[in-house]
Design a protein around this ligand. Structure first.
Ligand code: SAM
Length: 230
């Protein structure tokens, strides 16, 4: 059976590229975005009552990971990229129908716009549906997952004095918690698990409209080098 779906909105996110986005929601509470609803959901009627809810489920399209050929096994980055698992045992982005799901914090509701935080979604992500989080039904006290039982251990993030001053300035200009966002995202250690880069190798990612550059002076320590206009 073929069934077509169409987005109810498009997410405007702090994440302008896939690299350095946390692997799940809530890992970076300072990651914010606005979900702009599309007609006919943009008048306020479709979100009436939603202001009584603290978190929502987003069902969305991994629009930058869509593929024609089905994958039955995937290599989750969390397992070092060298072990495969069945696609249904993972939350990998390459999946049948390209559908993702995230629980995110709902910070504000306006007609046609939802203000969100703790997001793990790329800018421009098409959102297919929004559902209120229902704690009594969605919290499963005895749940376990031996593959991903706890969030990844954070690694240390330190700043050069220049980078911290630059981030502070951009944070004021953007009106966003940029210092916290950078620290929370980099503490997740965005590099693939198998990479042990030399200290001189620089990494970069775009958050909002700035490029953040960092390196690894030691394997488990990040130093932010600069935060410059993108
Ligand atoms: N919480 C969701 C889930 O479980 O379905 C997403 C988990 S997935 C492992 C998270 C990663 O998806 C992020 O680190 C980011 O690199 C990637 N991502 C986010 N939005 C995307 C998009 N629209 N297209 C492709 N990849 C995306």
């Amino acid at each position: 059976m073929l069934h077509s779906v169409s987005p109810v909105g498009i997410l405007r996110s702090c994440f302008k590229e896939k690299f350095a986005i946390p692997r799940q929601p809530s890992l970076a509470p300072a990651a914010r975005g606005v979900l702009e609803l599309l007609p006919p959901y943009d008048t306020g009627e479709a979100v009436a009552g939603l202001e009584q809810v603290s978190h929502v489920w987003l069902l969305f399209l991994f629009h930058q990971a869509l593929e024609d050929k089905p994958r039955l096994r995937v290599r989750p980055p969390r397992l070092g990229g060298n072990r495969t698992l069945g696609v249904f045992a993972t939350r990998a982005t390459h999946r049948p129908n390209g559908i993702g799901q995230s629980v995110v914090r709902l910070d504000g509701v306006e007609p046609g716009r939802l203000h969100l935080s703790g997001i793990d979604l790329l800018d421009g992500t098409p959102v297919l549906d929004i559902k209120p989080y229902v704690p009594y039904a969605d919290i499963v006290e005895q749940a376990h997952n031996a593959i991903a039982d706890a969030p990844p251990a954070p690694i240390a993030v330190e700043w050069s004095a220049a980078a911290l001053a630059q981030a502070g300035e951009h944070a004021r200009r953007l009106g966003e918690p940029l210092v916290e966002l950078i620290e929370q995202c980099l503490a997740q250690d965005p590099r693939p698990a198998y990479q042990r880069p030399p200290a001189e190798r620089r990494y970069g990612a775009r958050l909002w409209d700035v490029d953040v550059h960092w390196h690894y002076p030691e394997p488990q320590r990040i130093r932010v080098l600069e935060v410059v206009p993108g």
